[in-house]
Design a protein around this ligand. Structure first.
Ligand SMILES: [Zn+2]
Length: 198
């Protein structure tokens, strides 16, 4: 969409069980690092795109440095530790964070712009109790992942170009059973350990 440069951070390897929902990967990339496989696919789509790879999990210091060097962060991770770490580093570096998740037949989406008045991801995540469940444990209907991923990409392009109205302070939830979207206001938690100091 004209973004031109992406940095992919992933220490995981492609498995056959990923292929129905993680559409950047193919049977021939099983066993490869997911970043390496994604770069192959993205470069085949557009050889002018500049794709940087980091094939390991990053410490707070290294992640903070990476976030500082980028305009926006998209969270496509599958665990609460990484989500909270990305949230803290985006607050520290004052960078927008586009968060998405999918499990079973449900998807959720939100964008966070760090400020004294806006809630952060941790303001939201502390309200959920099932946060430790992963797709592997609970399962996910594969198209739901693509629906949420495409919405994250749309939010990213909007925020980068200052076009339209980003989904800040709001949570969009998709229910694939009824095909309904619902939007909720996310209240700022004034005692949030991540953002209350802003
Ligand atoms: Zn917060």
């Amino acid at each position: 969409a004209g973004v031109g440069e992406l940095t992919l951070v992933d220490d995981d390897e492609v498995e056959t069980s990923n292929l129905q929902r993680q559409v950047l990967h193919t049977e021939s990339s099983v066993g490869l690092n997911k970043g390496v496989s994604a770069k192959l696919t993205l470069t085949a789509l557009n050889s002018d795109a500049n794709i940087n790879l980091i094939q390991q999990r990053l410490s707070d210091a290294d992640l903070s440095e990476q976030v500082n060097q980028h305009d926006i962060v998209i969270d496509c991770s599958d665990n609460i530790e990484t989500r909270n770490q990305l949230n803290r580093m985006c607050i520290k570096q004052q960078k927008p964070l586009v968060s998405g998740a999918a499990i079973r037949m449900e998807g959720q989406l939100s964008s966070f712009l760090p400020s004294a008045n806006n809630p952060c991801y941790e303001c939201l995540s502390t309200m959920f109790t099932e946060q430790s469940l992963t797709c592997v444990e609970a399962g996910v209907m594969s198209p739901v992942v693509g629906i949420v991923g495409a919405m994250q990409a749309l939010e990213c392009v909007k925020i980068l170009t200052h076009f339209g109205k980003p989904l800040t302070n709001k949570l969009m939830m998709f229910d694939g059973k009824s095909m309904e979207w619902q939007t909720y206001i996310i209240p700022k938690n004034n005692s949030c350990s991540a953002c209350s100091m802003l």
